[in-house]
Design a binder for this molecule. Structure first.
Ligand code: SAM
Length: 190
């Protein structure tokens, strides 16, 4: 049913922390092949008597994404490029974002320091988008590759969100250096 097993990581996190609410807008950064997007659509879609209701999920990736029913896909597009941010804003047409997801991964080199640094650049881009586009009460979930500066990144979120913590879903391979930062309930915007 899902395009990738990564879906189960998001399902596990959402089952525990309840990030999604029906009718809310989600931006999914680094979305290809689209498994998280599928989960976000399922969990925010308003149920109507006609079946499928309105969805507000915007999915972005450097790689092409096969259309996901209900979602707006912006791909191929580099999330770190300002023109991509403009395209996301156009897709949202002034609707506030309630969840920003980033599962973005750099091309991994196997060199720990380099992968950490490249991953943090993507995480910072996602964080800066979340801080400037989210509604109060919104949540931010972001993948990082451990390697030194992640605590500073986590700390930087505490001013803006009520609850900030690391999460490592069971379905994330235990040996991998990837971990997620989860920031819940935005209390202050930039
Ligand atoms: N969450 C996805 C899913 O469940 O299907 C899997 C995402 S995959 C682990 C990481 C993605 O990040 C890759 O598809 C990669 O192309 C994307 N990515 C890396 N750098 C990016 C960038 N600068 N802008 C947009 N996407 C990027």
């Amino acid at each position: 049913q899902y395009r990738a097993r990564s879906a189960y990581k998001l399902i596990e996190i959402d089952d525990k922390y309840k990030l999604f609410k029906k009718g809310q807008c989600v931006v999914d950064c680094g979305a290809a092949p689209g498994a998280w997007t599928q989960v976000a659509v399922q969990r925010t879609q308003v149920d109507t008597s006609q079946g499928e209701g309105e969805v507000c999920v915007v999915a972005v990736d450097l790689l092409p994404i096969q259309p996901v029913k209900g979602a707006i896909t912006i791909a191929p597009a580099d999330f770190t490029h300002p023109s991509t941010i403009t395209r996301i804003q156009d897709a949202l047409s002034n609707r506030a974002v309630s969840v920003v997801l980033s599962d973005m991964s750099p091309t991994l080199s196997g060199i720990k320091e380099l992968d950490h640094e490249n991953g943090m650049m993507l995480a910072i881009a996602a964080r800066d988008f979340a801080l400037t586009h989210s509604a109060l009460g919104a949540h931010f979930l972001c993948k990082i590759f451990q390697g030194g500066t992640e605590n500073k990144f986590l700390e930087s979120l505490k001013e803006f969100y009520e609850h900030v913590r690391y999460v490592k879903p069971n379905s994330s391979r235990s040996e991998s250096r990837e971990i997620y930062v989860l920031a819940r309930r935005m209390k202050k915007r930039i």
